[in-house]
Design a protein around this ligand. Sequence first.
Ligand code: GLN
Length: 220
Amino acid sequence: MNSGAPVSALRAGVLALQGDFREHLAALADCGVQGSIVRRAQELEGLDGLIIPGGESTAMDRLLRAFDLHRPVREFISSGRAVYGSCAGMILLADQLVEPARDARGEPQQTLGGLDMTVRRNAFGRQRDSFEAELDFRQISDPERPIHAVFIRAPWVERVGPGVEVLATVRIEGIDRPVAVRSSTVLATSFHPEVRGTAGEPDELRVHELFVRMMQGRGE
Ligand code: GLN
């Protein structure tokens, strides 16, 4: 956290091993924040926050270990700086997964952890592999202007621990499934606010702005 720093002085990293890191860099730039890619541990130095993008959590898990980034990123998360994960990023931030993917030897995928929650990958099932929804997102949306959310083979959250707040849900078969959660310094969404352009809304920045306030220590 960089208390009270002007937005232009903040430095955010985006993990760029795989996935839609370019879209996050573009959203950060539109918030007035300097973003940089992270592919090695030294690139975490001096950052006020880190985004873990959407993509494929199993591939990112393997690459995190291949690039010796697993431990440095875990340390970054536990240092109390702001961290945000979208979709695959949410999966990686979960302390626990139900039905994790397994490799050819039957080893389950690993996560980085950081949020006391249990997440289910590809939770919305085949019919709803990809869909869009208007979300009531606590703290940042209002009834006239919900968050238009793009879900792509998205996870949902099955359990949150005491320090984790649910910010948005999607109702599936009568059950409200959490799709946005946060602790004081870690934010995760099942959907992709970085996908703007055709599917999303070009001017939508409210989730990234929440992350920016978290970097400033004002994300209450
Ligand atoms: N299903 C993907 C995974 O398990 C996440 C999809 C996404 O990031 N759009 O990693």
